[in-house]
Structure formats: C-alpha cells, structure tokens
Design a protein around this ligand. Structure first.
Ligand code: NOJ
Length: 609
C-alpha cells in the first residue's frame, strides 16, 4: 500500500508535544518516563488532540536532554524499555491518538558506538568519515579548521588526542559539532550515514509510529569546503543580551563555558537571525543548504512504502516562509514548524503578516500551514506575553531579569491559543500550554542543566525554565508529577523527600495543576477542550481564512472568518465593538466582553445567531 486517497490526518491535526523528562513520572525517580506517558494518554484524549509528538527517549548520556542520542533503536533506562514504548504506542492507537517520535539525524552523542570507533581509529579511516573530522589550521594544526561557532555558544570544533596512527598520544584532528562538544555532527556526504538513518526510520515505522519530528532539519548538509562564517546563530533564536544585566559571577553559578569574544562575532537580531538563514550570499554555510532536500526526498520514499499516511515535520529555523515551505514540497516532508508565528509575539500586525505569508507559501506548494506558540526550546508564551514588550524573545529568563506579569501573560496566552486554534492547518500544543502554565523564571542557576547556559557563560539563561515537570495534583508532593511517598505535600520546591522532580517546580504551579482544571468551567484546560471540540466539529483545520471586520492589525485588532466561526482578538489598548448578529461561542476569560465590546488582551470565537 502506498499513500491513501482520503485527505491525510496530519493536514489539520492538533499535535501535543510531550517532553518525556517532564510529563509524568510513573516509577517515582524524579524523571518522567514512558509508563508515565501511557498513564496520561486518557487525559490527552479527553483534551481532544489528535496526535502526540514525543521528544527523545533514546539511550543517551543526556548532555542535551536526550538530543544527544547514543543508540537510535532503543529506550534509555531512565524512560523505560522498548516494551514500555510498544505498550504506550498500542494504548495511544487504541485511544485513536497518533504517535510521532523525534529523529536526531544531524549529530549523534559522543557515546554513540560510531563516534567511539571514530576516536579509536586513525585519521583518514572509514570510521572517521562518518563524522566531520578535519586538520586544524595554523602552526601544528592548533587552530580550529574554520571559525564557526556552536549554536550553543563557544567554538564549533573540538580537538581530539589521537589514539591510533603515527600521531597516537598527541593532539590531532578536530571534529565539528554545531551544538555541544558531546554532539558530533554526522557527515551527510557519506552514503553509509544515509543507509543507517533510513534503517532507523524503518525500525520505528515497523514498530508502528505515525511519523517523525526531524531535529535541525536544515543543518545536515554543510557547504563544500566549510568556508568561514563568523556570526553566531543561536539555538534559541532571540535577543542575545540578557534582559537586564549579565551575571556578575557566572562561575559562581556554575557557568563554566566561554562566551565567544564579541569582537569576532556579529550579533544578529532575532528576525535577522532568521533572515541570515535566507539570503544566499550570507546564509550560514551550515544551515539550509540546498542539498538537505535530497535527503528528505529519500525519506519520503521510505515513508510512502508504509500504509497509514506516515509523516515528517521539519524543525528548520529558516525564513521567510517560502524558504520554510521548501521542506514540504511534494515528495519531501509533510509539515514544517512555523517559527515565524512563534516569534511574532503578542502583536496583531506581526501575527497578521505571518498568517498571510504562511498561507500564501503553503498554498504555493500544496502543504498545510502549521502554527505553534511554544516548545521545549523557547520561553513559554504565557510568560513572554507578560513582558513589557510582548514581542521580546529572551533566551531564557533568570531571577535577575525582568519578571513577566503573570496574570497578563496568562490572559494573553489564552487569547493567543484561541487565535492559533482558529486558523486553518495543523497546530502544535506544548505540554502545559493547556494548563496556561508559565515559565519558571527564577530557577536558581546552580540547578540549571541546559548546555546553552554553560556554553555562553550564563549569558543565555537557557531552556530549563520551560522544561519544568508538569503539575498534576495541587496538594501532592511534586504536584503529583510522580509518586513520592513519604514526601510532604505540594510544597512548591518539589517533593521534600529524598526524591524530587529533576527540576524544581515553583510554588505557584499549584494554581495550574491539572486536578484544579479538568472539569472546572472556565479553566484553561476546559477552554482548550471547548476550542478543540468546536474546531473539530466545524473542520476549521481544513477551512479557509478570510480577514473580516473589525480586522485592523495596526490598531491591534485581529479578526477573521474560518467557516462559520468569526475569531476576534484584541491586542490593542482600547475595547473593540463586536459586530451585531453573532453570539459568543467561546471566550478567553470572564469579562472579556462588556457592553458589546471586546476588552483588551482577550479573544472570542463567535457564531452567526
Ligand atoms: C533542536 C532541539 O529542539 C533542541 O532541544 C536541541 O538542543 C537541538 N536541536 C540540538 O539537537
């Protein structure tokens, strides 16, 4: 069987991202796991999502929270076993939920058998040819082969001590790592790498997964000759400087990395960072190279040989939208994340421009639009939208930085979700979005784990604040993230017993716990559930957007029709009169509408009376 004739499920799916480390901890060791995921699938079914994307659960030394894979065909004991995976998958399918797994093809862990072999082998050997090893420049090869910087900060090259050959025991070649030193980049000009990754795809397809989220999909191919390119592109696209002052003593906070010398680094603004991945004359020679598309054509053929509309979604931080949609041309992937939407912030004009650009580019290649507000790499939108400038995109928030207005961010976050879920196409919900969960913005630096914090000397606070374990039960230890017998109840600092969630939960998470929201009218969970029901009932994901009165983005008003639904969001400062002849089907908060006008920081879905 090849591709099915009915419209494939992924065209309008709402896909929920599970970050396994922080979703649910069944065995009580402080770390989420696959049995935890299985135990909460009913909650997701109840919410009304169509599919679940799982961030990596593979064997890994966890230097980058699992995006450093040492075995692509297994499950790390932290998360369970392959049998646990199969049982979770079967349960998901029984409930009618699809499962997408993460594929990390740009780099392996330095603990992967291939890299160990490469280190033990001599320069020029076939084992080295699976990675990007080069001689250094300068006297004795003591300088890196080029000036590339890691997306996590610091140089993108690490020198090895040779173990074999004439130089054994001496400093030798350098290997490329676009991310952490522990994440060596694979060499995609080597056919063996292609064969191996296709085999990995088949391994998971044979087990029954419905698709793959492809990590750093724009990074696999590097420009011929690895030419110099000096700007630093960040993992977390955003403002380079911390929001207020840099840390005085990053060492005291445990930040041991070295920030690149600013004199040698061109600093790019967030939008510019994306643009730099566009302009042919100044695109980084390691991102968005044309050759990546050949790989996705190969993978398309692999997936097409399986029944059931298997899919791939590209994680490619590229701009503008036409560039992103090159990844989803016929014969390539099925979806690409729309990071332009995520970067637009709480700003009607920026969102309207992104929506227009996205729908146009999507139509040009016949692929669905996608929408996303948050993920495990970005400050949660509920917190970003509570900053003085709600289009700011910080690389993490620390206690020293501007603190978001939590109530305002919560209100805007709910309204933004209403805009997103009213749009045609497919939407991604990051775990906790449905609870209105904020970022942990005061996480002590000594508890941080993200390599981007360490590799920038603390200048980037990093991504731990959006990865804090979910609160399930307000009064339970660790807020019910796992069973922590003997620990005292939801104390906010996490369980007080010997085992604690791997990152501490702030006390305020009690207010957002699932048990305070499921079945509670007006809660964020129930709002999402209502929206998903209306969206499904009217097939909004397959609908068509038309801007409609009172749409006026420059005045902060977004308004559009999709099928029978009129969505109106007020991102401006003044109330907006709502049109007559419509009744409110859903509203972002109590008091959103007063005297026939929509208050600021609110959104409504309306149906004709
Ligand atoms: C993108 C992932 O989302 C991020 O978490 C990871 O650190 C990098 N890719 C490297 O794999």
């Amino acid at each position: 069987m090849t591709e099915t004739s009915a419209a494939p499920w992924w065209q309008d799916a709402v896909i929920y991202q599970v970050y396994p480390r922080s979703f649910a901890d069944a065995d009580g060791d402080g770390m989420g796991d696959l049995r935890g995921v299985a135990s909460r699938l009913g909650y997701l079914r109840g919410l009304g999502v169509d599919a679940v994307w799982l961030s990596p659960f593979y064997p890994s030394p966890q230097r980058d929270a699992g995006y450093d894979v040492s075995d692509y065909r297994g499950v790390d004991p932290l998360f369970g076993t392959l049998e646990d995976f199969d049982a979770m998958l079967a349960e998901a399918h029984r409930l009618g939920l699809r499962i997408i797994v993460d594929l990390v093809p740009n780099h392996t862990s330095d603990q992967h058998a291939w890299f160990r072999e490469a280190l033990a082998a001599a320069p020029g050997s076939p084992a080295r040819a699976r990675y990007i090893f080069r001689e250094g420049r300068g006297a004795g090869g003591a300088e890196p082969p080029n000036n590339w910087l890691s997306l996590f900060g610091g140089p993108a090259w690490t020198r090895v001590t040779e173990q074999a050959g004439p130089d054994a025991g001496r400093p030798g070649q350098w290997y490329l790592h676009l991310f952490d030193t522990s994440q060596p980049d694979l060499d995609w000009s080597n056919p063996e790498v292609h064969a191996e990754m296709e085999d990995v795809l088949r391994f998971w397809l044979d087990r029954g997964v419905d698709g793959f989220r492809v990590d750093v999909a724009h990074g696999l191919v590097k420009a011929e000759g690895l030419p110099d390119w000096s700007a630093k592109v960040s993992m977390v696209s955003g403002t380079d400087a911390p929001l207020t002052a840099p840390l005085d003593t990053p060492e005291e906070a445990g930040a041991v990395g070295v920030a690149p010398d600013p004199a040698h680094v061109r600093t790019l603004e967030p939008d510019q960072e994306l643009e730099h991945r566009l302009s042919p004359e100044d695109r980084p020679p390691y991102l968005d190279q044309d050759g990546v598309h050949r790989i996705y054509e190969e993978w398309h053929r692999v997936l097409a040989a399986y029944p059931g509309d298997r899919m791939m979604v590209a994680e490619a931080w590229v701009a503008p939208a036409e560039r992103t949609f090159r990844y989803v041309r016929p014969g390539e992937m099925q979806q690409a994340f729309n990071f332009g939407f995520l970067l637009a912030g709480w700003d009607a004009a920026r969102i309207a421009a992104n929506v227009d650009e996205t729908l146009q580019a999507a139509a040009a290649v016949g692929a669905p639009a996608t929408w996303v507000l948050s993920n495990h790499d970005t400050v949660r939108h509920t917190s970003r939208f509570g900053l003085k400038d709600p289009t700011t995109f910080p690389k993490g928030i620390g206690a020293e930085d501007e603190q978001p207005d939590e109530q305002l961010g919560w209100a805007r976050g709910r309204a933004a979700a209403m805009v997103m879920l009213g749009l045609p196409g497919s939407a991604y919900v990051y775990q906790g979005d449905e609870l209105g969960l904020p970022e942990h913005t005061t996480l002590p630096h000594e508890l941080r784990q993200d390599p981007s914090f360490f590799r920038t000397g603390g200048a980037e606070r990093g991504r731990d604040g959006c990865r804090v374990p979910l609160p399930w039960v307000a009064s339970a230890p660790g807020f019910g993230f796992g069973p922590y017998p003997g620990a005292s109840g939801g104390d906010g600092g996490g369980a007080a017993g010997s085992v604690r969630p791997w990152l501490p939960q702030p006390a305020g998470f009690a207010r957002y716990a699932a048990d305070r929201q499921v079945g509670v009218p007006g809660s964020t969970y129930e709002l999402y559930r209502d929206l998903l029901a209306i969206r499904g009932g009217h097939a909004l994901g397959r609908g068509k957007l038309e801007w409609a009165a009172p749409h006026d983005p420059e005045a902060g008003i977004l308004a559009f029709r999709n099928g029978p639904v009129l969505v109106v969001a007020n991102m401006g400062a003044d109330p907006v009169a709502l049109p007559a002849g419509w009744r409110i089907a859903a509203s972002s908060r109590d008091g959103a509408v007063a005297d026939g006008a929509l208050e600021p920081d609110a959104c409504v879905w309306m149906l004709a009376e």
